[in-house]
Design a protein around this ligand. Structure first.
Ligand SMILES: [Zn+2]
Length: 80
């Protein structure tokens, strides 16, 4: 039975696209051993790229904080 991976609706045999989500149907409900195809691969790729960029930014921020802390320690030692 064709099945929509996004909204989970079941369709009569012969249907190839969900009339609600407008994405290709899969043959049958997944049994947990197979992966559900992403609704929009390009969008998913862009989202992944965004996540990677955000993670890189967070690492950069952490490095800056560590560097500032080290600089503060060195300055305090220099004064003391
Ligand atoms: Zn659907």
């Amino acid at each position: 039975m064709p099945w929509c991976p996004k909204c989970g609706a079941e369709f009569r045999p012969g249907f190839t696209e969900c009339n609600t989500c407008h994405i290709p149907l899969i043959d049958h409900k997944p049994d947990g051993t197979e992966t559900i195809p992403a609704p929009d691969p390009a969008e998913e790729r862009a989202r992944r790229r965004d996540r990677r960029r955000q993670r890189a930014l967070r690492v950069l921020q952490t490095l800056i904080v560590i560097l500032l802390a080290l600089a503060a320690v060195f300055l305090l030692q220099g004064n003391g």
